[in-house]
Ligand binder design. Structure first.
Ligand SMILES: Nc1nc2c(ncn2[C@@H]2O[C@H](COP(=O)(O)OP(=O)(O)OP(=O)(O)O)[C@@H](O)[C@H]2O)c(=O)[nH]1
Ligand SMILES: [Mg+2]
Length: 356
């Protein structure tokens, strides 16, 4: 067995070093916060049975064969099965069997990039409902739980999502909004994004400016300390980093001791204009029992909004907030279902502006 100690400014960075040097088979023996030249950092002791052998197949054909042979075969199979089901369904989905109004609504949703799985579900429900309105069918498919302290009982709220999605901005905007609307709310802003200076500084800056508490989570020790103080706060908003390519949300939560925290809701921050393949990837990467809502950002930069319905259908999660501008002021709203339907059917942002 080979054992080695790794140090880095955050758990994520230290864990990345472990993976790079010892591979996926490495066993973590300890993970703690230590001081190096007076600065807090993360120290991981990891061990591996044997040193992983480097990849040896180097020709282009070999690389392609390896890739086709080993990558998550079941995922590929599943997506093939899904597309076959859709292909079988499509001829059954005869638009002429719908009322003219229903047909127009379906065509509209298709233009808005609502995907085939959702369209098939809507079609089947419309057929079952006879001449019912499309809203009767759509209503149960989408929920909103506004991001307001009274609507969320957990103390810890982590903001997760792809790099640059708008996690830090949404967190700060929602904190400022809550502070303004309910000045008595005891808020704490926490960053687990220590490796990326900017997000941490933004959070610290706004916490200082508005007199909110600010905490830094570098390892699970810091989280444990914050849990001890949690009773002082009504809400602790935690800014997470964009996760490394091969790390899932659950793996990251486990690393930081957040996996089984009962008092934690994770909100997934997304933009509506990622490709369908990326959305599928995100559903896999971020699926977690603690995932509680989706926050949609950069709505002002999108030209279709079907992704919001697609995601609601794929994940079953409610929408909690909508962000629609680059500035801090008047650029986020706690979500309501009406706001989402206005986006989807009228391309109207929550501030009333209509997208071209
Ligand atoms: N137009 C527009 N820009 C936004 C919106 N929300 C965030 N941004 C911008 O998007 C950029 C990235 O936002 P961040 O909040 O730093 O994103 P992040 O997810 O925290 O990024 P990382 O921590 O680096 O992964 C910033 O320039 C924000 O101003 C929005 O609703 N509309
Ligand atoms: Mg950030």
């Amino acid at each position: 067995m080979r054992m080695k100690t790794f140090r880095a400014s955050t758990s994520t960075a230290a864990f990345a070093k472990v993976k790079a040097e010892l591979g996926d088979e490495a066993v973590i023996l300890s993970n703690k916060t230590v001081r190096e030249n007076g600065i807090k950092c993360c120290e991981i002791v990891a061990a591996v049975e044997s040193i992983p052998s480097p990849p040896h197949r180097a020709t282009r054909t070999a690389v392609v064969e390896d890739a086709l042979g080993e990558t998550v075969g079941w995922q590929r199979e599943w997506s093939q099965i899904k597309s076959q089901i859709m292909a079988l369904m499509k001829p059954q989905m005869d638009p002429d069997r719908l009322s003219p109004k229903q047909k127009t609504a379906m065509e509209y949703l298709e233009r808005e990039d609502v995907n085939e799985a959702v369209l098939a579900k809507i079609y089947c429900s419309l057929r079952e409902n006879g001449n019912g309105s499309i809203m009767e069918v759509l209503d149960p498919m989408l929920r909103a739980v506004p991001f307001e302290p009274s609507r969320w009982s957990n103390t810890f709220h982590a903001f997760a999502g792809p790099g640059g999605a708008g996690k830090t901005s949404s967190l700060v905007r929602l904190a400022l909004k809550i502070k303004k609307e309910n000045p008595g709310t005891r808020l704490c802003l926490a960053t687990a994004d220590g490796g990326r200076g900017k997000g941490r500084l933004v959070l610290k800056h706004y916490a200082e400016l508005t007199g909110l508490a600010f905490r830094e989570i570098i390892t699970r020790d810091d989280l444990a300390l914050l849990q001890e103080e949690a009773r002082q706060f009504d809400m602790i908003l935690v800014d997470l980093p964009g996760l490394p390519a091969k790390t899932s949300l659950d793996q990251w939560l486990t690393l930081y001791g957040m996996k089984n925290m009962k008092d934690l809701s994770v909100h997934l921050v997304l933009n509506p204009y990622y490709s369908p393949a990326q959305f599928n990837r995100f559903v896999e990467k971020y699926k977690s029992e603690q995932l509680a809502s989706v926050i949609w950002t950069k709505l002002d930069e999108a030209c279709t909004f079907g992704a919001i319905l697609n995601m609601a259908f794929a994940s079953g999660l409610p929408v909690s907030a909508l962000s629609y501008g680059p500035g801090l002021k008047n650029s986020i709203r706690a979500a309501s279902e009406e706001m989402v339907w206005r986006l989807l059917f009228m391309r109207t942002l929550p501030n009333g502006e209509v997208q071209p």
